[in-house]
Design a protein around this ligand. Sequence first.
Ligand code: DQA
Length: 147
Amino acid sequence: KAIYVLNGPNLNLLGTREPDVYGRTTLSDIGDMTAARAQSHGYDVVFSQSNHEGELVEWIHEAREAAAGIIINAGAYTHTSIAIHDALRALSCPIVEVHLSNTFAREEFRHHSYISPVASGVIVGFGANSYLLAVDAVASLIEEAAI
Ligand code: DQA
């Protein structure tokens, strides 16, 4: 089984979108880095991005059967989506929520997450490195669950 890495709206613009906030690394670079780190733990990665809430929900449904663990950066849907919250709730594998920016150091509306209450843990504010930390975290949760 693979580690699913799901990315929400506007993350396709990484590299050029507000680089002072999100850095200059592109999503495709993050995909490559993430795949390499997952390989070092013995996992393949399914890496996807969508600007559509329903598509993210459908990928989470697919993950119920196909994923060993999930890493999700839901972008702005983090702060709005009960549909993504409910879909994640139906999963039994480990879930790591990730954000590039430190959402708690930003606007008030970014302080609340609908993902956090259904995540195993949260990694926030380390830029592109947040994804690598998330791979390490999800891999260790998968190993722990297998014992
Ligand atoms: C983000 C933080 C969200 O508040 C924002 O809407 C994003 C990116 C992050 O990775 O820092 O799109 O999830």
